[in-house]
Design a protein around this ligand. Sequence first.
Ligand code: NDP
Ligand code: 8X3
Length: 257
Amino acid sequence: MGRLQGKVVFITGASSGIGEACAREFAKEGAHLVLTARRLDRLEALKQELTQAHSDVQVLAAQLDVRDKIQIKNVVDSLPAPFKDVHVLVNNAGGAIGLDDLVDVSEEDIDFMLNTNVKGLVFVTQALVPGMIERQAGHVINVGSIAGKEAYSQGSIYCAAKHAVGAITKSLMIELVDTPVNVSCICPGLVDTEFSTVRFRGDKDKADNVYKGMQPLVAQDIAEIIVFTANRPPHVQIADLLVFPSAQAASKIVSRK
Ligand code: NDP
Ligand code: 8X3
């Protein structure tokens, strides 16, 4: 039996991209899944797909906007067996809105990026980590970004948010060092998901341009790494992983043919 068989994995932002791919990869390991995001119809479809494909996997789909602390409490407090004892939390929900000079970023976009990527991640962590400490087992895996390692022009707020994810990951790891609960940050470069479509407010041409002339990562590439990270023996803690496509060497150093 694999280490993740029968363990409960709670994923935020499981309705598309990296979160959705994580659900598929954790299901292959026989983990039970709590899938959360705002788009419940997508989660229900994914639940159906995964429970049909894996007879040993149970899936709970729950609508959750990570910016809403009360919703988080309601979802976590009402988790039934066998989902109650969350072993792995994948803090994946997030994204960027817009590419604007700092002087032009709207308060609405600032709020979305900070509330989703930072405060939401903190709220979900606060809701689930006490149980991990009590059970003396668990793993928090935060999805950071190259934008959390380098800042780039017109990305100030998103870069700030992902830098915050890096800092929060490190502080939490220090706070939990006397416990067996592990903390990791997985930081991708360019991954072709709905990320850029969301960033450009649905403008598909602008989004496609981000990946033009180069081979980006796909969501499954990152999901496989997240599952590998979760699947280490408990004494192994992958602290921080930066993952680029082969054609990327830094935030804005990308080889395009
Ligand atoms: P997607 O846009 O495909 O997925 C984002 C997910 O986050 C969706 O499931 C969305 O679901 C969810 N989400 C967004 N806002 C909220 C919210 N307020 N509450 C709950 N869920 C929310 O992009 P990715 O898969 O690429 O993004 C996943 C993570 O990876 C993000 O944190 C992103 O910043 C990070 N990342 C992405 C990179 C890339 O190049 N794609 C590179 C580095 C990091 P819904 O809309 O249904 O709520
Ligand atoms: C997403 C990658 O480079 O668009 O985190 O910020 S980038």
